[in-house]
Ligand binder design. Structure first.
Ligand SMILES: Nc1ncnc2c1ncn2[C@@H]1O[C@H](COP(=O)(O)OP(=O)(O)OP(=O)(O)O)[C@@H](O)[C@H]1O
Length: 241
């Protein structure tokens, strides 16, 4: 479960990237965080994960406030940033072992989990290669595997499907559903309405730091004017003045 209450963030005293948002994402839900470029999605995610400190408000992940209890708070989630170009000099397997060490995952448990995820993402043969030799999609998959190696209850994924091929994208969506079926939480950002429409239980639409809509896709469809598509409505909602 993720709870945000009256969260704001202003950069350099001028750009109000996130403007007093309140959201609750319960257990068992795939939640899509939608918005155009520069809407405030990544800034919100960085605050949930403790990378940025909000100017005001409270954030709890599974009831734990990360600002008060950072270690316990960080154990609750696995985070995949929007840029997978990290740890390039490590081999895939070295990176996964590093992440497993950070999160205290035993050697037996990690080897089973890594084997299983590598198989699903077709990464088994690449684990012995350096990450710098990987394609963009392969880098995304290794970062994802590293984020999930401690089997976190909450997944926080920033634009996770961008750059994945159709098979990998299918596998990730399948894994998201399996995770929420176990009563766990998935929060991911996207600027692609189509993706959210297909897999999310609920979505929030953010623009210029403010939440414009939060609810089920069907509820959004209920707000449509006659002859209007969901896409047109989304574009109208998030249009710049
Ligand atoms: N480090 C920073 N310093 C100053 N302004 C920033 C910084 N990071 C983001 N911003 C600004 O904050 C606003 C929100 O940016 P953010 O990256 O959160 O948007 P986003 O919804 O994730 O966009 P995208 O879909 O393009 O990744 C934008 O106006 C952006 O220019």
């Amino acid at each position: 479960m993720i709870e945000l209450e009256n969260i704001s963030k202003t950069y350099a005293g001028t750009v109000k990237a996130v403007d007093n948002i309140t959201l609750t994402i319960p257990k068992g839900e795939i939640f899509g965080f939608l918005g155009p470029n520069g809407a405030g999605k990544t800034t919100t995610i960085k605050m949930i994960t403790g990378i940025l400190k909000p100017d005001g408000g409270t954030i709890k992940v599974n009831g734990i406030d990360i600002s008060q209890n950072p270690i316990e708070g960080k154990k609750q989630f696995g985070f995949v940033p929007d840029n997978p170009n990290m740890f390039l000099r490590l081999k895939g397997i070295e990176y996964l072992n590093f992440m497993a060490d950070v999160y205290d995952v035993s050697v037996e448990e990690r080897s089973e989990r890594i084997k299983e995820m590598a198989k699903r993402f077709e990464m088994t043969n690449a684990l012995g290669d350096k990450i710098q030799s990987y394609s963009h999609g392969m880098r995304q998959k290794i970062i994802l595997m590293g984020a999930l190696v401690h089997q976190p209850p909450v997944w926080i994924l920033d634009e996770p499907l961008t750059g994945l091929d159709p098979k990998s994208s299918f596998v990730l969506k399948e894994m998201m559903r399996e995770h929420t079926n176990k009563g766990k939480t998935v929060f991911f950002s996207t600027h692609v309405l189509d993706v959210a429409e297909k897999i999310c239980d609920r979505v929030a639409i953010i623009n210029k730091g403010k939440i414009l809509f939060c609810g089920k896709i069907e509820e959004m469809q209920g707000l449509l004017k006659s002859n209007e598509t969901l896409e047109k409505m989304f574009l109208e909602m998030t249009e710049s003045e």
